[in-house]
Structures are given as structure tokens and as C-alpha cells.
Design a protein around this ligand. Structure first.
Ligand code: DGL
Length: 271
């Protein structure tokens, strides 16, 4: 892998949500360059089948490889749950998803061994979070809840709207009654609703943001493979989408800490 150190990391998601992971990578690993792909033509992934998500993810990985990425981050919970295990076996570069780092952090923090997980229908039905948590500690009770309205609310920018609060309360009241002490925000968009979720769940519940843990995991993975960017390297960020490049760009500019001038649209079906 010599000479790869300053190559970019590929980061992909079904759309804008994975920017929460890219933002965290930028914060924790400021020398790393990123090629980001958001599959805005085919979002949402959360309601699609495993076979479809594997097919989409393979195409995206092939696209990212044309950009000579040194590693790939699956910044989408649904794709991490459905496609990561299959695709990482087909690749000769390291790959990390968001599910395992998030689950690991919840396991480390829970005291009463009761963990909640919220995500898309696909992520919750896959039970991958539960499987992974039980692989480490079978005594932990895991309670999953799909929150399908959260993604559209975030994409509409309704982060602090009274409607969002009401929907959050309806989804999460059930989890509150379950006496969980940790809640995994198991969907890329949900960290953007953190303050509303915090208000509803109360201070006693530890909210786990897998984006944060994934950036730590990526840093460790790059180090283990000897491919961390050089200290002082100037990072370069490129953004690609499969549709609606302008809408993506304005969303990205609202959450990334620097100005994004260009977002490129590509035909992902060609890969
Ligand atoms: N990025 C997806 C996830 O984290 C959420 C949006 C979608 O359903 O595609 O599961």
C-alpha cells in the first residue's frame, strides 16, 4: 500500500445523510481527503430489499475505485446492514461501516444492559445491530424501532419544528417505557435531530452517534494498514451524486464546516 497514504477515502450513502459521517471524519482526521458519493437518484435505501442494496453498493464501490480510493466508508446504516459483509470480501482495500462502531459504543456505555436502536425499516428488520450486540454480550436486551418519517423531516430542514417534536414523541415514547439507558441513532440523518431526541428521551439516556465512532474506527483502520494521510497533508474533498446536484450542494453547505462550490452528477448505473 506504499504511496497510497494521501489517496482519498471513499465515503458513500444513499443521499445527504452520510455527510454527518464525512463531517465527523473531517473533524477527527483533518488531513484525510474524501471522495463522497450520495445516491440521490435512488434514495431511500431504508425501504428496499437486501439484493437491491447489494447491487447499488457494488456499483458505487466500482465508481469509487475509479477515483483510486485507499479505503471505503459505508456511511449508510442500511447499506452497512445489508451489503458490507458481502462486499468487503470482494475488495482488496479496507472497508468500514457504521453499524459495528455504533453498536460497540453502546455496549461500552450501557450499565443496565438495555439498549434501544432507531433506524430505517431495513436496518431494524435486518437485526444486524442486535446480532452484533448479542455476539459480544448475549445478556443485553436490544429494542429496535423504525422511524421512517425522520429522514423526510430532516431533508425538509424541519429539525426544530413542532411537528418533528410530536412525531419524535410518538416514536420514542414506547422506547422510553422500556427503561433503556443507551439509544443508538442508527440512521445517518438522526444525529441532526439529536436535540429533539434528547428533549424527548431526557438526560438519563446516552445517545450514541455512530458517525463519531466510525470516524474513530476509520482512523484506527488506516493506521493499522499504514495508510494514514501524512500530517500536514492538504485534504481535498470531492462530491458526487446520482441526481439533484444543486439540492445536494445546498444541504451539504448547511452542514459541512467549509464551502462546497461544486457537486458532480454521474450516471451510477454505468458502473
Ligand atoms: N442513509 C440511510 C441510513 O442510514 C437513511 C436514508 C435512506 O433510507 O436511504 O439508513
Amino acid at each position: 500500500m506504499n504511496g497510497m497514504n494521501n489517496a482519498p477515502v471513499g465515503v458513500f450513502d444513499s443521499g445527504v445523510g452520510g455527510l454527518t459521517v464525512a463531517r465527523e471524519i473531517n473533524r477527527q482526521l483533518p488531513n484525510e481527503s474524501i471522495i463522497y458519493f450520495g445516491d440521490t437518484a435512488r434514495v431511500p435505501y431504508g425501504s428496499k430489499s437486501k439484493d437491491t442494496i447489494i447491487r447499488y453498493s457494488r456499483q458505487i464501490v466500482r465508481f469509487l475505485q475509479t477515483k483510486n480510493v485507499k479505503a471505503i466508508v459505508v456511511a449508510c446504516n442500511t447499506a452497512s446492514a445489508f451489503a458490507l459483509d458481502t462486499i468487503e470480501k470482494e475488495l482488496d482495500i479496507p472497508m468500514i461501516g457504521v453499524v459495528k462502531p455504533g453498536a460497540k459504543s453502546a455496549i461500552d456505555h450501557t450499565k443496565n444492559k438495555r439498549i434501544g436502536i432507531i433506524g430505517t425499516e431495513g436496518t431494524i428488520k435486518s437485526e444486524l445491530y442486535t446480532e452484533y450486540i448479542h455476539g459480544i454480550d448475549p445478556e443485553i436486551t436490544v429494542i429496535g424501532k423504525a422511524c421512517p418519517l425522520f429522514c423526510p423531516l430532516v431533508e425538509e430542514g424541519m429539525l426544530h419544528d413542532s411537528v418533528t417534536y410530536e412525531i419524535t414523541r410518538r416514536y420514542l415514547d414506547e422506547l422510553k417505557e422500556q427503561n433503556i439507558d443507551s439509544l443508538i441513532l442508527g440512521c445517518t440523518h438522526y444525529p441532526l435531530l439529536r436535540s429533539t431526541i434528547r428533549d424527548v428521551m431526557g438526560e438519563g439516556v446516552n445517545l450514541v452517534n455512530p458517525a463519531y465512532e466510525t470516524a474513530i474506527g476509520l482512523g484506527e483502520m488506516l493506521k493499522q494498514n499504514g495508510i494514514s494521510a501524512d500530517i500536514g497533508a492538504r485534504p481535498d474533498y470531492e462530491f458526487y451524486v446520482s441526481d439533484a446536484a444543486d439540492k445536494f450542494k445546498s444541504f451539504a453547505n448547511s452542514i459541512m464546516p467549509f464551502e462546497i462550490d461544486e457537486t458532480n452528477r454521474i450516471n451510477i448505473e454505468e458502473f
